[in-house]
Design a protein around this ligand. Structure first.
Ligand SMILES: [Fe+2]
Ligand SMILES: [Fe+2]
Length: 395
């Protein structure tokens, strides 16, 4: 049958692509990048990816429990052949690589050079990948987000969690485009994409396609900054609703929350970060990102006023401490009080350079002690009510 032949052709193309991917890694591990053998292997890989991406916007490779899946096609024939590499990728928590249209040969080489030492030294590899996302505008690599907790296997996760994971995956791909190549004010297309994403997230939270339970209770340790932005956006809108805000201001809160860390996306330096250690550049960026973010958003035409305010204020505490340092006490915007809570919660639950992910219980215990200092006590009370309501829904 012709369709079967076509399917077979596609499958053998995927198999060949995976073998070339491994071939490229192997060549790079043996020879320098300028060596003819490395050049040949990397050319082969790039040519195949490029050919596919000329027809489709992206190509996803998954490595899960020893299985290789390309574009939803499981490739069991690779299981034995690639057993070593899939184990190494698993050890570094690299379950998914998404290549996107626009990929260049230099970016592909940079990515391969980035993961090579991590294969040998997988400790903290997910953090290293997350930190380098900004330098890889057409490659997204990391763990599958919202993966089930350690006691539940990949196959056993409930359909709701799987659906939520798929949703977050697709949004994180869109966010990757949104945050790529930011050098100043956001282009009109980026602003409309941010608004669309916010509306879709709102619709999915309301419709139960992105259950809050999974964002609150089953938040994976994934350090990916895009997933953080999605979670903070969804949780902030949910908290806004919990506080009986109208629909349109809730969407403004969501947009502001989605963009709260936009100041992180201005390029720091052209070099890849190979370790977990935080550089001085990044430390400086941590202090500066609220101001940089507010500047980008203020300069963006038609940006709702709330967004630069939240970008500026999301690290200022209810008692006036935090940063940017304030010379005199000021009232924080209501949306900033919300985002301060949801951002802190999501940061506690994910891995970050220099700190491990905290459990739900530890995070809430810590946050409970900060009501009235770090957090507005009444807004925090509503956040706790939201968390409790999700727990009770389970019973
Ligand atoms: Fe931040
Ligand atoms: Fe944040």
């Amino acid at each position: 049958m012709p369709s079967k032949t076509k399917n077979e052709k596609v499958r053998s193309f995927f198999v060949d692509l995976c073998l070339n991917f491994v071939g490229g890694l192997r060549a790079l591990s043996l020879y320098p990048p300028q060596h003819p053998e490395t050049i040949k292997k990397m050319d082969n890989l790039f040519e195949r990816l490029n050919r596919y991406l000329a027809q489709r916007p992206s190509l996803a490779m998954l490595f899960i429990h020893g299985d290789v899946v390309v574009e939803n096609s499981p490739l069991p024939e690779l299981r034995d052949k690639l057993v070593r590499i899939t184990k190494l990728l698993e050890a570094m928590k690299l379950q998914r690589i998404l290549f996107r249209r626009g990929l260049t040969q230099a970016e592909l080489l940079g990515f391969m050079q980035l993961i090579l030492p991590l294969l040998k030294n997988p400790e903290g590899a997910d953090l290293v990948l997350a930190r380098n996302q900004g330098r890889l505008p057409h490659i997204q690599a990391g763990a599958l987000p919202l993966e089930a907790g350690p006691k539940v296997s990949y196959d056993e996760v409930s359909s709701a969690i799987q659906a939520a994971r798929d949703v977050v995956l697709s949004f994180s791909d869109q966010l990757k485009d949104l945050f790529a190549d930011i050098e100043g004010p956001l282009a009109p297309a980026k602003l409309s994409s941010a608004k669309e994403i916010t509306e879709e997230i709102q619709g999915m939270v309301l419709g139960g396609d992105m259950p809050l339970k999974t964002l609150i209770y089953r938040r994976s340790e994934d350090p990916d900054p895009h997933i953080h932005a999605i979670n903070v956006c969804a949780l902030s809108m949910a908290l806004g609703r919990e506080m009986e805000m109208e629909e349109s201001p809730v969407l403004d809160v969501g947009l502001a929350a989605l963009l709260h860390d936009v100041g992180w996306y201005l390029p720091i330096s052209a070099n890849f970060k190979q370790t977990q250690a935080i550089t001085l550049d990044e430390r400086k960026r941590q202090w500066e990102h609220p101001v940089l973010g507010a500047e980008i958003l203020l300069a963006t035409p038609n940006m709702p006023d709330l967004a630069p305010v939240v970008a500026y204020e999301h690290h200022i505490h209810y008692d006036g401490t935090g940063f940017p340092k304030q010379e005199r006490p000021r009232d924080l915007n209501f949306a900033s009080l919300i985002t301060c809570i949801t951002n802190t919660y999501d940061n506690l639950r994910r891995k970050r350079p220099g700190s491990t992910a905290h459990s739900l219980k530890d995070s809430l215990n810590w946050m409970d002690r900060k009501a009235g200092t770090l957090f507005h006590p009444l807004v925090y009370q509503c956040f706790r009510a939201l968390v409790k309501a999700q727990a009770e829904e389970d019973l």
